[in-house]
Design a protein around this ligand. Structure first.
Ligand SMILES: [Zn+2]
Length: 202
């Protein structure tokens, strides 16, 4: 059945979508400036995951262009980047925020995190959790590497409604986290307020 309904990923939270091979998923930066941490896992074996490291190695470049796949840790295509309707600024270097990140930041008590959102999203569909938080594709995260090797954390350059479309190359689970980081750096925009995003599957 074709389901093109618009689904929400609430601000600070995550969602999982189960895709059959050949299906598409569209991630929409509804309000602009919101980073989505995104993972893809082989639905038949959650140990096989979309890997930024292996994708760089397979393609001999930092990030796929439209029409090129992301690869798994077994060097098999899992998602092809079909369309990137945005300025094309994404991060494929940094890890997801997780509870350890917020402890490291000195935050006291529970803070939503992309790592926790991955676990909760997989639990919600009775899968997972994974043994650790794999490195995600950080859609729209703007962390340029400077000439001296330092990394800047600056606001996304996306506009409301910018989107990205991917096609599943195997049956897979795509997990999206509307990154809840809000502790000073403008990762999710200069106002520092995490916002909801939306997605469609067909
Ligand atoms: Zn995050």
């Amino acid at each position: 059945m074709i389901d093109t309904a618009l689904h929400e990923v609430p601000a600070r939270k995550g969602r999982a979508a189960e895709l059959r091979q050949g299906q598409h998923i569209k991630m929409i930066n509804t309000h602009g400036t919101q980073v989505i941490d995104m993972w893809a896992l082989n639905a038949a074996d959650l140990i096989e995951i979309m890997s930024m490291r292996h994708t760089k190695s397979c393609l001999k470049k930092m990030i796929p262009d439209e029409g090129e796949p992301f690869y798994t840790n077994r060097r098999r295509p899992i998602l092809t980047w079909i369309e990137d309707r945005s300025p094309g600024v994404h991060d494929v270097v940094l890890p997801a925020c997780d509870k350890w990140r917020y402890i490291w930041d000195g935050y006291e008590g529970f803070h939503d995190s992309c790592g926790n959102n991955l676990e909760e999203s997989l639990r919600a569909i009775r899968r997972g959790p994974p043994p650790e938080t794999p490195q995600p594709l950080n859609l729209w995260m703007n962390c340029p590497i400077r000439e001296d090797g330092r990394i800047d954390y600056i606001a996304p350059v996306t506009e409301p409604g910018d989107y990205a479309v991917f096609r599943a190359e195997m049956d897979c689970i795509v997990v999206m986290s509307a990154c809840p980081y809000d502790l000073g750096m403008p990762i999710n925009g200069d106002d520092g307020i995490p916002k909801a995003v939306h997605y469609q599957v067909w």
